[in-house]
Design a protein around this ligand. Structure first.
Ligand code: DAH
Length: 353
């Protein structure tokens, strides 16, 4: 019996040697340690042995069983380790490889400049007021003191919108400037207290559209930021002080600013504002076309007719307004030579800013 046990042990251990996968290992366990394994039959046969042989055979059988169990556990561990090693090899990662950068979005140059303008104006106490891009002829022109056959309309070639309405009471246009927002704003604030309308200090940002030949200098769409201040005793020196301050905040505290007389139907008097060329410092260069100055905005005292149209009595209220183009400012700042870059969606351009 003892020899038989040794033979069983040896056989089992030999069989275990060659095993390289889990399934075979399980089969081995069933064959050698399972309920019907020869070793287990030795245990059941113990009772039939002569009394004096029993302790020895029992002890030896237990020994073999323990030995096989240990060998099984060891094999199991080896297989697991081998599997892990194979997996690690197959899924090998080079942790020293530099990572792939996720593409980073950014704000469009127009938005960047728009926000810059608005944040400066906000610091100066201006609220933002927005109005619609599709306007009536009345708001875009007439209420701003530009009657239907006024020659000033030639300054702004207009996209007319076919609204497809049966009763086409209104002539719809894409707004050619943000100035109609002045009327919307004044009417909004005046309605809050018609007898005594509150003072106004707002910035009106937005997209504008003109029916233009697209060239390096003109686009059919562009932003404007309009400013409007209305109150009692608002004077031209308020306009001057505000715009000089704005230009210094925008172009640097050293920036020199000059006002030239101009004409807009909705302001009287009107002015255009130049800053000293920040590229050449006023000496003259290609950016300022050798004049030393860059035209930045249009401005003026709100025309009495416009105040009236907004619900503000021109006998009691005065105001000033101004309008500027963020794309133009951006072009001057970064010396962008072609306005068409703004809407051509060329990443080589956009990614520079
Ligand atoms: N709306 C004018 C334009 O598009 C710009 C402008 C000029 C706005 C003078 C104003 C202003 O508010 O006072 O050319």
């Amino acid at each position: 019996m003892l020899e038989k046990l040794s033979a069983l042990e040896q056989q089992a251990l030999e069989a275990l040697e060659g095993i390289t996968e889990e399934q075979a290992l399980e089969a081995w366990r069933v064959a050698h340690l399972g309920r019907n394994a020869p070793l287990m039959q030795v245990f059941s046969a113990l009772a039939t042995l002569p009394r004096e042989e029993r302790p020895l055979v029992g002890q030896r059988a237990n020994q073999v069983k323990t030995r096989l169990e240990q060998a099984f556990a060891e094999k199991q561990r080896q297989l697991k380790e081998a599997w892990l090693a194979r997996t690690l090899q197959a899924e090998r990662l080079d942790v020293t490889l530099p990572g792939r950068r996720p593409p980073l979005g950014r704000l469009h140059p127009s938005t960047q400049q728009l926000r810059r303008v608005l944040s400066i104006l906000a610091e100066m106490g201006f609220q933002v007021f927005t109005s619609r891009e599709v306007e009536t002829d009345e708001y875009n022109f007439q209420l701003l003191n530009i009657p239907p056959h006024h020659p000033a309309r030639e300054m702004q070639d207009t996209f007319y919108v076919d609204a497809g309405l049966k009763d086409d009471t209104y002539n719809w246009v894409l707004r050619t400037h943000t100035s109609p927002g002045q009327i919307h704003a004044m009417r909004y604030f005046a309605a809050l207290n018609p007898q005594d309308p509150p003072p106004i200090r707002i910035a009106l940002p937005g997209m504008c559209f003109r029916y233009e030949q697209i060239t390096a200098r003109s686009e059919i769409q562009f932003h404007q930021v309009e400013g409007l201040v209305v109150g009692h005793h608002v004077t031209f020196s308020d306009l001057k002080g505000t715009l000089v301050d704005f230009c210094r905040r925008m172009f640097g505290q050293e920036a020199r600013v000059r006002f030239r007389p101009s004409y807009f139907p909705f302001t009287e008097p009107s002015a255009e504002v130049d800053v000293e060329c920040f590229v050449c410092g006023g000496k003259g260069c290609s950016v300022c076309k050798y004049s030393g100055w860059l035209e930045i905005l249009g401005a003026g005292m709100v025309h009495p007719v416009v105040l009236q149209n907004g619900g503000y009595d021109p006998q009691r209220y005065t105001g000033f307004a101004f309008g500027m183009g963020p794309e133009r400012q951006f072009m001057l700042r970064y010396r962008v030579e072609d306005i068409r870059f703004f809407w051509s969606n060329d990443l080589r351009f956009l990614e520079q800013f």
